[in-house]
Design a protein around this ligand. Sequence first.
Ligand SMILES: NC(=O)C1=CN([C@@H]2O[C@H](COP(=O)(O)OP(=O)(O)OC[C@H]3O[C@@H](n4cnc5c(N)ncnc54)[C@H](OP(=O)(O)O)[C@@H]3O)[C@@H](O)[C@H]2O)C=CC1
Ligand SMILES: N[C@@H](CC=O)C(=O)O
Ligand code: NA
Length: 432
Amino acid sequence: MKAISIGLLGLGTVGSGVVQIIENHQDKLMHQIGCPVMIKKILVKDENKERTVHIERELLTTNPDDILESPEIDIVIEVMGGVEETKNYLLKALQNRKHIVTANKDLMAVYGSELLSVATENGCDLFYEASVAGGIPILRGLVDGLASDRITKMMGIVNGTTNYILTKMSKQGSRYEDVLKEAQELGYAEADPTSDVGGWDAARKMAILATLGFSMNIDLDDVKVKGITEISEEDLSYSKKLGYTMKLIGIASRLENKVEVSVQPTLLPESHPLASVNDEYNAVYVYGEAVGETMFYGPGAGSLPTATAVVSDLVGVMKNMRLGVNGRSAVSPQFEKSLKQPGEIFSKYFVRLHVKDEVGVFAAITSIFSEHGASFEKILQMPLKQNELAEIVLVTHRTSLQDYEDILQKLNDYEMVKEIKSTYRVEGEGVI
Ligand SMILES: NC(=O)C1=CN([C@@H]2O[C@H](COP(=O)(O)OP(=O)(O)OC[C@H]3O[C@@H](n4cnc5c(N)ncnc54)[C@H](OP(=O)(O)O)[C@@H]3O)[C@@H](O)[C@H]2O)C=CC1
Ligand SMILES: N[C@@H](CC=O)C(=O)O
Ligand code: NA
Protein backbone atom coordinates (compact mmCIF):
# COMPACT_ATOMS: atom_id res chain seq x y z
CA MET A 1 0.00 0.00 0.00
CA LYS A 2 1.11 3.56 -0.76
CA ALA A 3 3.39 5.06 1.88
CA ILE A 4 2.50 8.43 3.37
CA SER A 5 5.18 10.98 2.47
CA ILE A 6 6.45 13.51 4.95
CA GLY A 7 8.37 16.75 4.47
CA LEU A 8 10.32 17.92 7.53
CA LEU A 9 11.11 21.62 8.04
CA GLY A 10 14.07 21.51 10.42
CA LEU A 11 16.44 18.83 11.70
CA GLY A 12 17.54 20.23 15.05
CA THR A 13 16.78 19.06 18.57
CA VAL A 14 13.14 18.19 17.84
CA GLY A 15 13.51 17.31 14.14
CA SER A 16 16.21 14.75 14.96
CA GLY A 17 13.90 13.22 17.54
CA VAL A 18 11.12 13.00 14.95
CA VAL A 19 13.43 11.12 12.56
CA GLN A 20 14.43 8.70 15.34
CA ILE A 21 10.85 7.98 16.41
CA ILE A 22 9.58 7.47 12.83
CA GLU A 23 12.50 5.12 12.14
CA ASN A 24 12.28 3.19 15.42
CA HIS A 25 8.47 2.96 15.62
CA GLN A 26 7.66 2.07 11.99
CA ASP A 27 5.96 -1.16 13.12
CA LYS A 28 3.66 0.67 15.57
CA LEU A 29 2.90 3.37 12.98
CA MET A 30 2.17 0.71 10.34
CA HIS A 31 -0.13 -1.12 12.77
CA GLN A 32 -2.06 2.04 13.62
CA ILE A 33 -2.41 3.54 10.14
CA GLY A 34 -2.01 0.53 7.88
CA CYS A 35 0.77 1.98 5.73
CA PRO A 36 4.44 2.95 6.03
CA VAL A 37 5.58 6.53 6.72
CA MET A 38 8.42 7.91 4.56
CA ILE A 39 10.42 11.10 5.12
CA LYS A 40 10.95 12.41 1.60
CA LYS A 41 12.74 15.73 2.18
CA ILE A 42 14.22 17.67 5.10
CA LEU A 43 14.77 21.43 5.02
CA VAL A 44 17.86 22.71 6.83
CA LYS A 45 19.93 25.89 6.80
CA ASP A 46 23.30 24.16 6.45
CA GLU A 47 23.51 20.86 4.52
CA ASN A 48 27.05 20.28 5.73
CA LYS A 49 26.27 20.58 9.43
CA GLU A 50 27.07 17.60 11.67
CA ARG A 51 23.82 15.80 12.57
CA THR A 52 22.90 13.74 15.64
CA VAL A 53 20.98 11.31 13.41
CA HIS A 54 22.12 9.47 10.28
CA ILE A 55 20.43 11.02 7.21
CA GLU A 56 20.96 10.25 3.53
CA ARG A 57 22.45 13.42 2.04
CA GLU A 58 19.94 13.49 -0.83
CA LEU A 59 17.11 13.93 1.69
CA LEU A 60 18.49 17.31 2.76
CA THR A 61 17.62 20.56 0.99
CA THR A 62 17.95 24.28 1.62
CA ASN A 63 15.10 25.04 -0.79
CA PRO A 64 11.71 25.05 1.00
CA ASP A 65 9.82 24.58 -2.30
CA ASP A 66 11.34 21.08 -2.59
CA ILE A 67 8.82 20.35 0.17
CA LEU A 68 6.10 22.98 -0.12
CA GLU A 69 5.64 22.49 -3.88
CA SER A 70 6.30 18.75 -4.04
CA PRO A 71 3.19 16.83 -5.29
CA GLU A 72 4.60 13.75 -3.52
CA ILE A 73 4.47 15.18 -0.01
CA ASP A 74 1.19 14.79 1.94
CA ILE A 75 2.18 16.15 5.36
CA VAL A 76 4.61 18.89 6.43
CA ILE A 77 6.14 18.68 9.89
CA GLU A 78 7.40 22.10 10.98
CA VAL A 79 10.13 21.97 13.61
CA MET A 80 12.31 24.84 12.42
CA GLY A 81 11.06 27.64 14.65
CA GLY A 82 10.74 31.25 13.63
CA VAL A 83 7.56 33.18 12.89
CA GLU A 84 7.13 35.38 9.79
CA GLU A 85 9.05 33.27 7.24
CA THR A 86 7.70 30.05 8.75
CA LYS A 87 4.12 31.36 8.60
CA ASN A 88 4.52 31.96 4.85
CA TYR A 89 5.89 28.45 4.39
CA LEU A 90 2.90 26.93 6.21
CA LEU A 91 0.39 29.08 4.31
CA LYS A 92 1.92 27.86 1.04
CA ALA A 93 1.80 24.23 2.26
CA LEU A 94 -1.88 24.61 3.23
CA GLN A 95 -2.75 26.26 -0.09
CA ASN A 96 -1.08 23.19 -1.72
CA ARG A 97 -3.39 21.06 0.48
CA LYS A 98 -0.65 19.64 2.67
CA HIS A 99 -1.52 18.84 6.28
CA ILE A 100 0.63 20.45 8.97
CA VAL A 101 2.07 19.30 12.26
CA THR A 102 4.01 21.98 14.15
CA ALA A 103 5.79 22.42 17.51
CA ASN A 104 6.02 26.17 17.04
CA LYS A 105 4.34 27.99 19.92
CA ASP A 106 5.81 31.34 18.86
CA LEU A 107 3.95 30.99 15.56
CA MET A 108 0.71 29.49 16.94
CA ALA A 109 0.39 32.09 19.72
CA VAL A 110 0.46 34.93 17.17
CA TYR A 111 -0.96 33.45 13.95
CA GLY A 112 -2.72 30.31 15.18
CA SER A 113 -6.29 31.40 14.47
CA GLU A 114 -5.38 32.60 10.96
CA LEU A 115 -3.51 29.38 10.12
CA LEU A 116 -6.30 27.20 11.53
CA SER A 117 -8.93 28.91 9.39
CA VAL A 118 -6.78 28.57 6.25
CA ALA A 119 -6.28 24.89 7.12
CA THR A 120 -10.04 24.37 7.43
CA GLU A 121 -10.70 26.25 4.16
CA ASN A 122 -8.28 23.86 2.40
CA GLY A 123 -9.56 20.67 4.06
CA CYS A 124 -6.26 20.28 5.93
CA ASP A 125 -5.42 19.28 9.48
CA LEU A 126 -3.17 21.62 11.49
CA PHE A 127 -2.10 19.99 14.76
CA TYR A 128 0.23 21.58 17.33
CA GLU A 129 0.30 19.40 20.46
CA ALA A 130 4.08 19.79 20.85
CA SER A 131 3.79 23.59 21.00
CA VAL A 132 2.63 23.50 24.65
CA ALA A 133 4.35 21.47 27.39
CA GLY A 134 6.37 19.39 24.92
CA GLY A 135 5.56 15.70 25.28
CA ILE A 136 2.54 16.15 27.56
CA PRO A 137 -0.73 15.58 25.60
CA ILE A 138 -2.31 18.62 27.27
CA LEU A 139 -4.01 20.07 24.17
CA ARG A 140 -5.75 16.77 23.42
CA GLY A 141 -6.51 16.53 27.13
CA LEU A 142 -8.34 19.87 27.00
CA VAL A 143 -10.04 19.44 23.62
CA ASP A 144 -10.98 15.76 23.88
CA GLY A 145 -10.55 14.59 27.48
CA LEU A 146 -12.28 17.59 29.08
CA ALA A 147 -14.55 18.50 26.15
CA SER A 148 -17.69 18.12 28.31
CA ASP A 149 -16.51 20.30 31.22
CA ARG A 150 -16.31 24.04 31.84
CA ILE A 151 -12.73 24.87 32.75
CA THR A 152 -12.39 27.71 35.28
CA LYS A 153 -8.68 27.73 36.09
CA MET A 154 -5.40 26.43 34.70
CA MET A 155 -2.02 26.80 36.35
CA GLY A 156 1.00 25.63 34.41
CA ILE A 157 4.71 25.11 34.65
CA VAL A 158 5.06 25.20 30.87
CA ASN A 159 8.68 26.23 30.36
CA GLY A 160 11.28 23.53 31.00
CA THR A 161 14.28 25.86 30.89
CA THR A 162 13.14 28.14 33.71
CA ASN A 163 11.88 25.21 35.78
CA TYR A 164 15.29 23.56 35.39
CA ILE A 165 16.99 26.82 36.46
CA LEU A 166 14.74 27.44 39.50
CA THR A 167 15.04 23.82 40.61
CA LYS A 168 18.86 23.88 40.58
CA MET A 169 19.01 27.34 42.19
CA SER A 170 16.56 26.37 44.96
CA LYS A 171 17.76 22.84 45.67
CA GLN A 172 21.48 23.04 44.89
CA GLY A 173 22.21 26.73 45.34
CA SER A 174 23.46 26.82 41.74
CA ARG A 175 24.20 30.16 40.10
CA TYR A 176 21.66 31.43 37.58
CA GLU A 177 24.23 31.94 34.78
CA ASP A 178 25.67 28.43 35.21
CA VAL A 179 22.30 26.67 35.13
CA LEU A 180 21.05 28.68 32.14
CA LYS A 181 24.14 27.54 30.23
CA GLU A 182 23.44 23.94 31.25
CA ALA A 183 19.82 24.21 30.02
CA GLN A 184 21.07 25.52 26.67
CA GLU A 185 23.60 22.66 26.33
CA LEU A 186 20.84 20.15 27.15
CA GLY A 187 18.76 21.55 24.26
CA TYR A 188 15.94 22.83 26.49
CA ALA A 189 16.34 26.55 25.78
CA GLU A 190 15.18 28.41 22.69
CA ALA A 191 17.78 29.60 20.20
CA ASP A 192 17.39 32.94 22.00
CA PRO A 193 16.98 31.98 25.70
CA THR A 194 15.66 35.43 26.67
CA SER A 195 12.32 34.08 25.42
CA ASP A 196 12.54 31.41 28.14
CA VAL A 197 13.85 33.45 31.08
CA GLY A 198 11.77 36.54 30.20
CA GLY A 199 8.59 34.47 30.52
CA TRP A 200 7.56 34.98 26.88
CA ASP A 201 7.81 31.30 25.89
CA ALA A 202 5.47 30.41 28.76
CA ALA A 203 3.21 33.33 27.83
CA ARG A 204 2.80 32.06 24.28
CA LYS A 205 1.88 28.65 25.60
CA MET A 206 -0.61 30.11 28.10
CA ALA A 207 -2.25 32.08 25.27
CA ILE A 208 -2.67 28.83 23.33
CA LEU A 209 -3.95 26.96 26.44
CA ALA A 210 -6.41 29.74 27.35
CA THR A 211 -7.73 29.95 23.78
CA LEU A 212 -8.48 26.22 23.80
CA GLY A 213 -9.47 25.91 27.47
CA PHE A 214 -11.81 28.92 27.55
CA SER A 215 -12.84 28.77 23.86
CA MET A 216 -11.92 32.43 23.50
CA ASN A 217 -9.32 34.00 21.19
CA ILE A 218 -6.56 35.03 23.64
CA ASP A 219 -3.68 36.92 22.02
CA LEU A 220 -0.13 37.17 23.33
CA ASP A 221 -0.77 40.87 24.10
CA ASP A 222 -3.51 39.82 26.55
CA VAL A 223 -0.98 37.96 28.73
CA LYS A 224 0.71 39.87 31.58
CA VAL A 225 4.33 38.63 31.71
CA LYS A 226 7.18 38.73 34.25
CA GLY A 227 10.22 36.44 33.94
CA ILE A 228 12.74 35.02 36.38
CA THR A 229 15.75 37.27 35.76
CA GLU A 230 15.23 39.35 38.93
CA ILE A 231 14.73 36.48 41.38
CA SER A 232 17.41 36.72 44.10
CA GLU A 233 18.87 34.11 46.42
CA GLU A 234 17.23 36.01 49.31
CA ASP A 235 13.81 35.57 47.67
CA LEU A 236 14.39 31.83 47.28
CA SER A 237 15.57 31.50 50.87
CA TYR A 238 12.61 33.47 52.30
CA SER A 239 10.22 31.38 50.16
CA LYS A 240 11.61 28.23 51.74
CA LYS A 241 11.55 29.75 55.24
CA LEU A 242 7.85 30.59 54.79
CA GLY A 243 6.99 27.11 53.45
CA TYR A 244 6.78 27.97 49.74
CA THR A 245 8.46 26.88 46.52
CA MET A 246 9.14 29.46 43.77
CA LYS A 247 8.07 28.47 40.26
CA LEU A 248 7.41 30.33 36.99
CA ILE A 249 3.67 29.79 36.78
CA GLY A 250 1.27 30.50 33.94
CA ILE A 251 -2.19 31.28 35.26
CA ALA A 252 -5.39 31.30 33.22
CA SER A 253 -8.52 31.87 35.26
CA ARG A 254 -12.14 32.55 34.34
CA LEU A 255 -14.98 34.13 36.33
CA GLU A 256 -18.30 34.07 34.44
CA ASN A 257 -17.26 35.32 30.99
CA LYS A 258 -14.10 37.23 32.00
CA VAL A 259 -10.61 35.75 31.96
CA GLU A 260 -7.13 36.57 33.24
CA VAL A 261 -3.97 35.13 31.67
CA SER A 262 -0.55 35.86 33.18
CA VAL A 263 2.94 34.44 33.67
CA GLN A 264 5.05 35.35 36.68
CA PRO A 265 7.36 33.86 39.32
CA THR A 266 4.87 32.54 41.88
CA LEU A 267 5.13 31.13 45.42
CA LEU A 268 3.32 27.82 45.88
CA PRO A 269 2.85 26.01 49.21
CA GLU A 270 5.24 23.03 49.29
CA SER A 271 2.17 20.75 49.54
CA HIS A 272 0.85 21.88 46.14
CA PRO A 273 1.28 19.21 43.39
CA LEU A 274 3.00 21.79 41.12
CA ALA A 275 5.61 22.47 43.84
CA SER A 276 7.15 19.03 43.26
CA VAL A 277 7.45 19.43 39.46
CA ASN A 278 11.19 19.84 39.01
CA ASP A 279 13.97 20.22 36.47
CA GLU A 280 12.83 20.40 32.83
CA TYR A 281 9.50 18.82 33.70
CA ASN A 282 6.23 20.60 32.97
CA ALA A 283 2.79 20.23 34.44
CA VAL A 284 -0.58 21.81 33.83
CA TYR A 285 -3.06 21.84 36.68
CA VAL A 286 -6.61 22.14 35.32
CA TYR A 287 -9.71 22.81 37.40
CA GLY A 288 -13.08 22.03 35.78
CA GLU A 289 -16.50 22.64 37.32
CA ALA A 290 -17.49 18.97 36.94
CA VAL A 291 -14.18 17.05 36.97
CA GLY A 292 -12.59 19.11 39.77
CA GLU A 293 -8.79 19.08 39.99
CA THR A 294 -6.71 17.35 37.31
CA MET A 295 -2.99 17.58 36.52
CA PHE A 296 -1.09 16.69 33.35
CA TYR A 297 2.60 16.02 33.99
CA GLY A 298 5.68 15.15 31.94
CA PRO A 299 8.80 16.39 30.11
CA GLY A 300 8.14 19.80 28.56
CA ALA A 301 11.33 20.02 26.57
CA GLY A 302 13.98 17.81 25.01
CA SER A 303 14.35 15.99 21.70
CA LEU A 304 12.46 12.71 22.10
CA PRO A 305 9.75 13.86 24.52
CA THR A 306 8.78 16.72 22.21
CA ALA A 307 9.10 14.54 19.10
CA THR A 308 6.68 12.07 20.71
CA ALA A 309 3.97 14.75 20.63
CA VAL A 310 4.88 15.66 17.03
CA VAL A 311 4.66 12.05 15.79
CA SER A 312 1.44 11.47 17.74
CA ASP A 313 -0.07 14.42 15.88
CA LEU A 314 1.25 12.88 12.65
CA VAL A 315 -0.63 9.67 13.49
CA GLY A 316 -3.76 11.77 14.10
CA VAL A 317 -3.46 13.34 10.64
CA MET A 318 -2.89 9.97 8.99
CA LYS A 319 -5.89 8.41 10.75
CA ASN A 320 -8.04 11.32 9.48
CA MET A 321 -6.62 10.77 5.98
CA ARG A 322 -7.67 7.14 6.10
CA LEU A 323 -11.19 8.17 7.24
CA GLY A 324 -11.36 11.11 4.82
CA VAL A 325 -12.17 13.62 7.58
CA ASN A 326 -9.20 16.00 7.48
CA GLY A 327 -9.73 19.71 8.08
CA ARG A 328 -12.70 19.36 10.43
CA SER A 329 -11.03 19.28 13.87
CA ALA A 330 -10.54 23.00 14.43
CA VAL A 331 -13.45 24.45 16.47
CA SER A 332 -13.84 28.23 16.33
CA PRO A 333 -13.93 30.01 19.73
CA GLN A 334 -17.38 30.10 21.36
CA PHE A 335 -16.98 33.31 23.37
CA GLU A 336 -16.04 36.91 22.65
CA LYS A 337 -12.81 37.89 24.43
CA SER A 338 -13.44 39.59 27.79
CA LEU A 339 -10.53 40.25 30.16
CA LYS A 340 -10.74 40.69 33.94
CA GLN A 341 -9.82 44.13 35.25
CA PRO A 342 -7.21 44.44 38.09
CA GLY A 343 -10.07 44.89 40.59
CA GLU A 344 -11.39 41.45 39.56
CA ILE A 345 -8.11 39.52 39.98
CA PHE A 346 -7.55 38.19 43.49
CA SER A 347 -4.46 36.59 44.97
CA LYS A 348 -2.12 36.63 47.96
CA TYR A 349 1.16 38.53 47.59
CA PHE A 350 4.69 38.23 49.00
CA VAL A 351 6.60 41.51 49.35
CA ARG A 352 10.12 42.13 50.68
CA LEU A 353 10.96 45.68 51.83
CA HIS A 354 13.98 47.52 53.19
CA VAL A 355 12.77 50.17 55.63
CA LYS A 356 14.17 52.57 58.22
CA ASP A 357 14.31 50.66 61.53
CA GLU A 358 12.47 53.33 63.58
CA VAL A 359 9.49 53.46 65.90
CA GLY A 360 6.15 53.67 64.08
CA VAL A 361 7.41 52.57 60.64
CA PHE A 362 5.79 49.16 60.78
CA ALA A 363 2.52 50.67 62.08
CA ALA A 364 2.52 53.10 59.15
CA ILE A 365 3.13 50.26 56.69
CA THR A 366 0.28 48.30 58.28
CA SER A 367 -2.02 51.30 57.77
CA ILE A 368 -1.08 51.53 54.09
CA PHE A 369 -2.19 47.92 53.64
CA SER A 370 -5.31 48.18 55.84
CA GLU A 371 -6.49 51.35 54.04
CA HIS A 372 -6.82 49.07 50.99
CA GLY A 373 -8.49 46.25 52.91
CA ALA A 374 -5.37 44.09 52.92
CA SER A 375 -4.11 42.23 55.99
CA PHE A 376 -1.17 39.95 56.64
CA GLU A 377 -1.04 36.19 56.78
CA LYS A 378 2.74 35.99 57.49
CA ILE A 379 5.24 38.58 58.73
CA LEU A 380 9.03 38.46 59.15
CA GLN A 381 11.32 41.32 60.24
CA MET A 382 15.12 41.07 60.31
CA PRO A 383 17.65 43.80 61.17
CA LEU A 384 20.04 44.77 58.37
CA LYS A 385 23.67 45.63 59.07
CA GLN A 386 23.85 48.86 57.09
CA ASN A 387 22.28 52.29 57.83
CA GLU A 388 19.83 51.29 60.64
CA LEU A 389 17.64 49.49 58.11
CA ALA A 390 15.37 46.52 58.62
CA GLU A 391 14.16 43.94 56.15
CA ILE A 392 10.44 43.20 56.33
CA VAL A 393 8.85 40.26 54.51
CA LEU A 394 5.06 40.09 54.33
CA VAL A 395 2.56 37.66 52.83
CA THR A 396 -0.91 39.19 52.48
CA HIS A 397 -4.28 37.56 52.64
CA ARG A 398 -6.13 37.52 49.30
CA THR A 399 -6.49 41.00 47.91
CA SER A 400 -7.29 42.46 44.51
CA LEU A 401 -4.48 43.25 42.07
CA GLN A 402 -5.84 46.82 41.91
CA ASP A 403 -5.58 47.29 45.67
CA TYR A 404 -2.14 45.67 45.70
CA GLU A 405 -0.81 47.94 42.92
CA ASP A 406 -2.14 50.97 44.88
CA ILE A 407 -0.42 49.67 48.04
CA LEU A 408 2.91 49.28 46.18
CA GLN A 409 2.61 52.86 44.90
CA LYS A 410 1.97 54.14 48.45
CA LEU A 411 4.96 52.14 49.79
CA ASN A 412 7.14 53.62 47.04
CA ASP A 413 6.01 57.12 48.09
CA TYR A 414 6.58 56.49 51.84
CA GLU A 415 9.99 58.02 52.74
CA MET A 416 10.66 55.42 55.46
CA VAL A 417 10.56 52.64 52.83
CA LYS A 418 14.05 52.64 51.34
CA GLU A 419 13.30 50.05 48.64
CA ILE A 420 10.73 47.47 47.58
CA LYS A 421 13.21 44.65 47.00
CA SER A 422 10.81 42.16 45.42
CA THR A 423 7.20 41.10 45.18
CA TYR A 424 5.60 37.84 44.01
CA ARG A 425 2.15 36.38 43.62
CA VAL A 426 1.25 33.58 46.06
CA GLU A 427 -1.11 30.93 44.67
CA GLY A 428 -2.31 27.44 45.23
CA GLU A 429 -4.00 27.53 48.59
CA GLY A 430 -7.63 26.47 48.75
CA VAL A 431 -9.21 25.77 45.37
CA ILE A 432 -6.01 25.90 43.39
N1 LIG B 1 13.78 22.05 21.97
C1 LIG B 1 12.70 21.70 22.63
O1 LIG B 1 12.74 21.02 23.69
C2 LIG B 1 11.36 22.14 22.12
C3 LIG B 1 11.24 22.92 20.97
N2 LIG B 1 9.99 23.29 20.53
C4 LIG B 1 9.85 24.06 19.31
O2 LIG B 1 10.26 23.24 18.20
C5 LIG B 1 10.83 24.05 17.17
C6 LIG B 1 12.24 23.54 16.88
O3 LIG B 1 12.99 23.63 18.05
P1 LIG B 1 14.47 22.98 18.12
O4 LIG B 1 14.47 21.68 17.41
O5 LIG B 1 14.87 23.02 19.55
O6 LIG B 1 15.30 24.05 17.27
P2 LIG B 1 16.78 23.88 16.68
O7 LIG B 1 17.35 25.24 16.61
O8 LIG B 1 17.50 22.78 17.40
O9 LIG B 1 16.53 23.34 15.15
C7 LIG B 1 15.99 24.18 14.17
C8 LIG B 1 16.14 23.46 12.84
O10 LIG B 1 15.51 24.22 11.81
C9 LIG B 1 16.45 24.54 10.79
N3 LIG B 1 16.13 25.92 10.40
C10 LIG B 1 15.92 26.97 11.22
N4 LIG B 1 15.62 28.06 10.49
C11 LIG B 1 15.66 27.67 9.18
C12 LIG B 1 15.44 28.34 7.93
N5 LIG B 1 15.13 29.64 7.90
N6 LIG B 1 15.56 27.62 6.79
C13 LIG B 1 15.90 26.31 6.84
N7 LIG B 1 16.10 25.60 7.98
C14 LIG B 1 15.98 26.30 9.13
C15 LIG B 1 17.84 24.41 11.40
O11 LIG B 1 18.75 24.10 10.36
P3 LIG B 1 20.29 23.70 10.68
O12 LIG B 1 20.26 22.43 11.43
O13 LIG B 1 20.93 23.53 9.34
O14 LIG B 1 20.86 24.87 11.45
C16 LIG B 1 17.61 23.28 12.42
O15 LIG B 1 17.75 22.05 11.78
C17 LIG B 1 10.79 25.48 17.70
O16 LIG B 1 9.62 26.11 17.24
C18 LIG B 1 10.72 25.28 19.22
O17 LIG B 1 10.11 26.39 19.86
C19 LIG B 1 8.83 22.93 21.17
C20 LIG B 1 8.92 22.17 22.31
C21 LIG B 1 10.17 21.76 22.89
N1 LIG C 1 12.50 26.41 25.44
C1 LIG C 1 11.27 25.65 25.70
C2 LIG C 1 11.27 24.42 24.84
C3 LIG C 1 9.93 23.80 24.80
O1 LIG C 1 8.92 24.45 24.43
C4 LIG C 1 11.21 25.26 27.19
O2 LIG C 1 12.23 25.48 27.89
O3 LIG C 1 10.18 24.76 27.63
NA1 NA D 1 2.01 19.06 24.47
